[in-house]
Design a binder for this molecule. Structure first.
Ligand code: NAD
Length: 349
């Protein structure tokens, strides 16, 4: 039987994604929405969706199984805890909280209530990320030594609450939270240190972009760059691995993989550059490498709610676990600390 869902916050994500997807879901039934802004409630009614008059009305409705929280980041904690205390299972939009301390309060409320609580890490369904994950998993080019994950836009950050610190604005919390989660899923090993620098080109109050290096215990590195003032984007993913390289130039493209078949080349023909010759940087002899393009993996974002409902029934483990949520939150906290200090910081729990 489908679980009954209410979406709190009928803005871009609550209205444009959660409520809309629920209408075609095979596991949840949209009972209604609630937004603090009456105009949004009117819009929902105009779209044929029941709009609750208050959060209290949502929480008092015994038919409600799941509350999805899709409001600005600084309001997540209070609504999540109230919903858990009212006996609901809760999906919270990312970033789940403003700090690890806040998240720990939310996890404590979930544990006390015995209800399922998770964060909507929907970008685990991005096919570009899944392609890189598959290449690593297949092991054909060995373990990754460094993966670079980039998102480049050129419009600055949205001119809403995302530009304001008190609401949890800035790109580390907005996009970083996804890209960190993705690479931690791929590396899955202890973190040694965090180094981050931020940009403030179009917004002085919060970061409008950042460069983040996560160094793992093995020495492998995850590098994440988010830019909102990049008129020429760099490739979405670049991976240097033990036996080759992989690249995804754009999220619409397939991954290209080059594997080193023979390390030694019989003859290297130097290339002539403007100021001299180089053998070191000359292209490899084609017979020494194998090159292919990876098929784009399939994904279905409905699997997020399918898993959440199965976790509520005790049939599956929730896809995004509390320890994973805590690690992503901690990495972001240390990214801010590193940017402030202007130097790398050791990773501590
Ligand atoms: P938005 O500004 O478009 O919408 C937020 C809505 O919440 C507004 O309609 C606002 O009136 C309402 N609201 C504010 N405070 C409220 C309260 N206390 N109770 C009820 N309603 C309240 O913002 P958005 O883009 O929809 O972002 C909402 C959340 O979703 C954020 O946490 C954001 O980071 C996240 N988000 C996630 C993704 C993703 O891909 N997972 C994408 C976009 C946004």
């Amino acid at each position: 039987m489908k679980k009954n869902l209410v979406v709190v916050g009928y803005g871009g994500m609550g209205g444009g994604f959660h409520a809309k997807k629920a209408l075609t879901s095979d596991v949840v039934n949209l009972l209604g929405i609630y937004d603090i802004d009456e105009k949004k409630n009117e819009l929902a009614r105009a779209n044929g969706i029941y709009a609750y008059s208050s959060l209290d009305e949502v929480l008092a409705d015994e038919r409600v199984d799941i509350v999805t929280v899709a409001v600005p980041n600084d309001s997540h904690k209070e609504i999540v805890i109230r919903a858990l205390e009212a006996g609901k299972s809760v999906i919270c939009e990312k970033p789940v909280a403003m700090s690890l301390a806040e998240l720990d309060e939310m996890i404590a409320a979930a544990n006390k209530s015995g209800n399922i609580f998770s964060v909507h890490q929907n970008r685990r369904f991005d096919v570009d990320y899944l392609a890189i994950k598959k290449i690593v998993g297949d092991g054909k080019i060995g373990k990754p030594l460094r993966i670079e994950s980039r998102i480049h836009g050129s419009r600055g950050i949205p001119s809403d609450w995302r530009g304001e610190k008190e609401h949890g604005g800035g790109m580390i919390l907005d996009w970083g939270v996804h890209l960190i989660d993705q690479l931690l899923q791929i590396f899955n090993e202890p973190i040694k240190s965090i180094y981050c620098t931020v940009t403030n080109i179009t917004n002085k109050e919060v970061d409008d972009g950042f460069y983040l290096t996560i160094t793992f215990a093995s020495g492998a590195e995850a590098f994440i760059e988010v830019g909102t003032y990049n008129f020429i984007p760099l490739p979405r993913f670049y991976m240097k691995a033990e036996k080759g390289s992989a690249i995804i130039t754009d999220w619409r493209e397939c991954a290209k993989v080059v594997k080193c078949k023979y390390w030694h080349e019989s003859e290297v023909i130097p290339v002539e550059t403007a100021a001299g010759l180089t053998k070191t940087m000359a292209p490899r002899d084609a017979v020494t490498v194998e090159e292919w393009s990876e098929e784009r993996p399939q994904s279905d974002v409905h699997d997020y709610y399918r898993n959440f409902c199965a976790a509520m029934d005790g049939k599956e483990t929730q896809m995004v676990t509390h320890p994973e949520m805590r690690t992503v939150m901690r990495v972001m906290e240390l990214a801010f600390a590193s940017a402030q200090a202007g130097e790398p910081v050791p990773y501590t729990e």
